[in-house]
Ligand binder design. Sequence first.
Ligand code: USQ
Length: 365
Amino acid sequence: MVVDNFSRRKIDIEMETESLTPISPLSVRIAAWHEVSGATIRTQFMDLATEFDRLRAFLAEERPDAVVHFAEQRSAPYSMRTIDTKRYTVDNNIRATHNLLAAISDTDLPVHLVHLGTMGVYGYGWSDDSLIPEGYLEVMLETPSGVVKRDILHPTSPGSVYHMTKTLDQLMFAFYAKNDRIRVTDLHQGIVWGTQTPQTAIDERLINRFDYDGDYGTVLNRFLMQAAIGHPLTVHGTGGQTRAFIHITDTVRCIELAIGNPPEAGERPRILNQVTETHRVRDLAALVSEHTGVGIQHLDNPRLEADENTLRVDNHTFLELGLNPTTLSDGLMAEVREVAGKYAFRVDDSKILARSLWRKDMKSR
Ligand code: USQ
């Protein structure tokens, strides 16, 4: 069952952008999946942030074992674009998450909530080699009776309004897991790259989005598209930003693994780092440039972020559960040829540069 309010499609209309890959209407995608798999996916048009009564009635009727919550505005640059997009991101994301938790609680159903969170909740200011744990940090506290150990949520340091909403989500999950015994898995995902999974590759009508514009396109996919059309690779600042990455096929596999391994009722939220490798932006640009001959352009960074950072991430849970990562070396060039190259004719050059400025003083530049 898919529940959707088509927010992402509406934002394309607002921004006058389109995915590099052609995205069929939902009914066409569902029909295509039925044709190739024999399975029927039902759909429900609903806005989680504003239709609480319908959401509660829907859960009571469907009695799902698990809900995978993707119903949040997911772009950091879009969330920083204007005062309206900041407010939309907070209103939509926070209300959608809370409505879902409240509806699960109110229906008393043993639903396992699997939420798409982000690595960005931890922040990217670090310049040491400490390992980012899976959500919880072990700290030692001095007390009158000696030193005690405590696990706390890792301190947050969001770099955008979007990332801030995901840090607030964490507190709602902690509360509802404790107070209402809701089972929650929060997936702290890195930057997704790639387009196809084995399922979407079966039929062109099933292809995933490939956003390349300055707001919704993520860095590696943008570089791949830029290489395909011969546009210099748009590195922000020094390119010393280190980020975590995961291929889209692994993302889907992780969600499957998370659903199959729920926490117990009464347990704290299970937080899993959904990442497979880390890379520096300038190293990615160099790699793509080396394979394609396209040049690199260092632009003034439109974002407020550390020029250089290190990142070491603990991702042992998914590896232990059986994730077999797709690495950049496995899939990178195939992706350039098969997707970015094939649909390069659909690129609108005017949408390539990032225009969302993080700081107020940048806006007068
Ligand atoms: N960057 C460039 N050039 C570009 C685009 C981006 O140098 O043309 C740089 C950015 O300045 C930033 C880094 O690449 O330092 C990553 O930017 P991004 O747009 O690929 O990723 P981000 O804005 O962090 O957000 C994306 C998704 C978000 C997800 C997040 C995971 O849009 O939904 O939560 O990745 S993470 O970054 O690990 O928090």
